[in-house]
Design a protein around this ligand. Structure first.
Ligand code: HEC
Length: 178
């Protein structure tokens, strides 16, 4: 029964994915990515990725693939695919820091911290630099997605450990005050 309905369901899913993909690239060209929402999505998916892999660590701190269940793989695959999509959108730009005027960004209340308008101005002054930072993240996310497709948990862990460098590279340049 399950096997009989599988092929059409998969074909439908593939069709929907293609349609969604086409729509997304059209939207990206027309409308800016809201950075705050995109960042929160990236952070959530990174948490899913890291927490799931941590559950499979062995005593030496390496991933033991035998500890990964089908459910784990479901979470890992969707985290990797979602991160890659978010990375693509981030690099495609243009970027709008917040969705609405007056909306705050994280940490804005701290003494000396930049507000949304100031971060926006930094990005607008140097969009190519921003895209380069997004590209550095995307390179890692492409590797992550390929490792996920190959069910190579050790390679995924390697990328997971290296992700923060790409996050903070951009954050230091555009978010944190000098
Ligand atoms: C290409 C640049 C760039 C990269 C790469 C990047 N970020 Fe950001 N991120 C920003 C900027 C600029 C801000 C400040 C504006 C804002 O908060 O929306 C920010 C803010 C955030 C915030 C706070 C969002 C809020 O509520 O205001 C989180 C969380 C975050 N980033 C997580 C991440 C993580 C995790 C990664 C790496 C996996 C990452 N970012 C990679 C540019 C980047």
């Amino acid at each position: 029964m399950t096997l009989m309905i599988r092929p059409p369901v998969l074909a439908l899913a593939a069709g929907l994915a293609l349609a969604a993909c086409g729509q997304r690239s059209a939207e990206v060209a027309a409308e800016p990515v809201v950075l705050k929402a995109g960042m929160q999505e990236i952070a959530d998916r990174q948490n899913d990725l890291v927490n799931t892999l941590i559950e499979a660590l062995d005593d030496q701190g390496g991933v033991d693939p035998a500890k990964l269940t089908e459910e784990h793989w479901g979470t890992l695959e969707s985290a990797a695919a979602g991160l890659r999509d978010a990375g693509l959108a981030l690099r495609a730009g243009p970027v709008q820091v917040v969705a609405a005027p007056g909306e705050a960004i994280e940490g804005e209340d701290a003494p000396g911290a930049l507000g949304a308008a100031e971060v926006q101005a930094r990005i607008d002054q140097d969009p190519a630099g921003f895209r380069a930072q997004a590209g550095a993240l995307l390179t890692r996310l492409e590797t992550l997605a390929a490792a996920s497709n190959a069910h190579d948990a050790a390679a995924m862990w390697e990328v997971a450990l290296d992700l923060d460098a790409a996050c903070s590279g951009c954050h230091m340049q555009y978010w944190y005050p000098e």
